[in-house]
Design a protein around this ligand. Structure first.
Ligand SMILES: CC(C)(COP(=O)(O)OP(=O)(O)OC[C@H]1O[C@@H](n2cnc3c(N)ncnc32)[C@H](O)[C@@H]1OP(=O)(O)O)[C@@H](O)C(=O)NCCC(=O)NCCS
Length: 177
């Protein structure tokens, strides 16, 4: 899988050696509380290793990916994903499939603009590679994440129940604006 860089950041594939960081990241309720219909903290290193294996499994895709975000010195900061989004039960898939962008930063790295910078770098890379539309869904109360959506130029579409069996606010970014 490709590595993507920006002014301050490097986004590279997750590796087994990142397991302790992933456990520290997703072991925190403030990081996972808005993720999906039934958020749960990660509780063991073996869960982290299994999750890293799953993250690496989509690494062959030319556009999609799940990257660890580090700074230019390699310090680990968080996670950035771009991949088809799970639909709610009974929803009919779109063609092409709805592709979501998502982010989780370690609380020590909040407030620095890293999520915005990483999401912009991945969005630009995806559009250059032919992606036409990227969506983001947030928990209705996740104002920090909604602010990131707006900072990268996403349009607020409105409330939806189409994804992940839970009510979300939907944002979209299209190549042609
Ligand atoms: C959502 C989340 C990633 C937002 O993190 P964040 O650090 O607030 O987001 P940004 O990267 O955009 O940083 C924004 C802050 O950095 C500041 N900033 C922006 N660019 C900057 C730069 N170049 N240099 C320094 N600071 C900068 C902004 O002023 C802003 O601060 P403010 O909130 O006080 O105005 C973080 O809250 C998180 O990981 N939450 C848990 C996981 C989660 O909910 N994920 C989303 C699921 S949908």
């Amino acid at each position: 899988m490709r590595t993507i860089t920006s002014a301050r950041l490097v986004l590279r594939p997750w590796e087994a050696g990142d397991a302790d960081f992933l456990l520290d990241l997703e072991g925190r309720w403030e990081v996972v509380r808005y993720l999906g219909a039934h958020p749960r903290t990660m509780t063991s290193r073996s869960q982290a290793l299994a999750s890293i294996e799953r993250r690496r499994a989509i690494s062959g895709h030319p556009v999609h990916g799940i990257w660890i975000i580090t700074d230019r010195d390699g310090a680990r900061l968080g996670n950035l994903l771009l991949k088809p989004i799970p639909l709610s039960a009974g929803e009919v898939p779109a063609h092409p499939a709805d592709v979501e962008i998502g982010w989780q930063l370690h609380p020590d790295a909040w407030g620095e603009g890293y999520a915005t910078e990483a999401a912009l770098a991945v969005s630009i890379d995806a559009f250059v590679r032919g992606q036409r539309r990227i969506i983001a869904v947030t928990h209705p109360g996740n104002y920090a994440s909604q602010a990131v959506c707006r900072r990268i130029g996403m349009r607020h579409v409105g409330a939806t129940t189409r994804y992940m069996d839970t009510p979300c606010e939907l944002f979209e970014l299209t190549q042609d604006g």
